[in-house]
Design a protein around this ligand. Structure first.
Ligand code: PAP
Length: 340
């Protein structure tokens, strides 16, 4: 489509900026990759995260009705990609021919950072996206908001859905995911104690976790029409209520006829952990993260429950994480995760 394609020269210029920045950045130990680098105060993987952030900051052209799903990694991205995609495209597909029955939610909704770090697929992916376009991002709000050019008051119809998950489950989900990838990359495994220490220090890709959640929470208070703040736990608790809220927020509220057909339940069933984890593409497909890192789709489906951290963390670890969370969130009024 005219005006959407990224020219080769434009891409190469942005890539040069990325290459020039890398050697100037502070480095530390990584989870998925050997190292993380610090860019504008955020820890990022050098090839996927940093490259994607710098490339998208320079090349992404926002459209007025774009929808963004923003998450800290392992907070429910796969699930919410499926839900948002199903809400938005519900008139296009019959229940038996739905793309989510044959492809991963990650193929239906691209990650901005991965899309822009991958020159080969960029234009073809952009060309195939239906309007309204749906993107996912792990970028913290201060980095992400740079993509929109200015602040949200100048993009009144852009919608951002932020999903937060309790930090203890995020830690365990990330640690389990990381273990598999490090094993495949022949990197030494990180012990749970070490992962816990790094998490508490904010040393994690796209971290710190707490700054990430707070950034979007504050944006949701400032721009309530543009930013909806949800949590994995509340969606688990009352999915029908929150899917309706989400659809209303996206200006795609369910009609009486759709309610009568039980569409909310159909969408929730299609996107449930039980259904998606049985889809062939999610059992045996592969997601390409960077030119070097390929991730089996099945790694995005582990348990999908609230409170699995109880099987891993000592009481002291859990209490300390709760204290950090209370301390970081208290003054903002953010009160979720007290009982998770
Ligand atoms: P990402 O941010 O790296 O894309 P993301 O999808 O947020 O990953 O995290 C995967 C987590 O969501 C896993 O949690 P667990 O490790 O605690 O089990 C995964 O099981 C869970 N998940 C994936 N799909 C669903 C779903 N349909 N419903 C609920 N949870 C899900």
């Amino acid at each position: 489509m005219e005006g959407e394609n990224v020219e080769v020269l434009e891409y190469d210029k942005a890539y040069e900026k990325y290459m020039n920045i890398i050697p100037t950045l502070e480095k530390n130990k990584g989870w998925i990759t050997e190292h993380l680098v610090k860019y504008q105060g955020i820890w990022l993987t050098p090839k996927g995260g940093l490259k994607g952030v710098i490339m998208s900051q320079q090349l992404f052209k926002s459209k007025p009705n774009d929808i963004f799903l923003a998450t800290f990694p392992k907070s429910g991205t796969t699930w919410f990609k499926a839900i948002i995609f199903s809400i938005i495209n519900r008139k296009l597909f019959s229940p038996n021919e739905h793309p989510l029955l044959n492809s991963s939610p990650h193929e239906c909704v691209p990650f901005l950072e991965l899309l822009y770090s991958n020159k080969e697929n960029l234009n073809s992916t952009l060309e195939h996206l239906q309007s309204p376009r749906i993107f996912a991002t792990h970028s913290p709000y201060p980095l992400f908001s740079q993509l929109l050019g200015s602040n949200l008051t100048t993009s009144p119809t852009v919608k951002i859905v932020y999903v937060a998950r309790n930090p203890k489950d995020v830690l365990i989900s990330t640690w389990e995911f990381t273990k598999k990838l490090r094993h495949e990359a022949n990197l030494p495994l990180i012990s749970l104690q070490e992962a816990y220490d790094m998490f508490c220090q904010g040393l994690i890709h796209f971290g710190s976790y707490w700054d990430h959640v707070l950034g979007y929470y504050k944006a949701s208070l400032m721009y309530p029409k543009n930013v909806l703040f949800l949590s994995y736990e509340t969606m688990k608790d009352d999915p029908s209520f929150w899917v309706r809220k989400l659809a209303d927020f996206l200006d795609q509220g369910f009609t009486k006829e759709e309610e009568g057909e039980g569409l909310v339940k159909k969408i929730l069933d299609l996107c449930s952990f039980e259904s998606l984890s049985k889809v062939g593409a999610n059992k045996s497909g592969i997601q390409r993260f960077t030119s070097h890192v390929m991730v089996p789709s099945s790694y995005f489906f582990r348990k999908g429950v609230v409170g699995d951290w109880r099987k891993y963390l000592t009481m002291e670890m859990a209490q300390h994480l709760d204290e950090i969370t209370k301390c970081k969130f208290e003054s903002s009024g953010l009160s979720c995760f007290r009982s998770s």
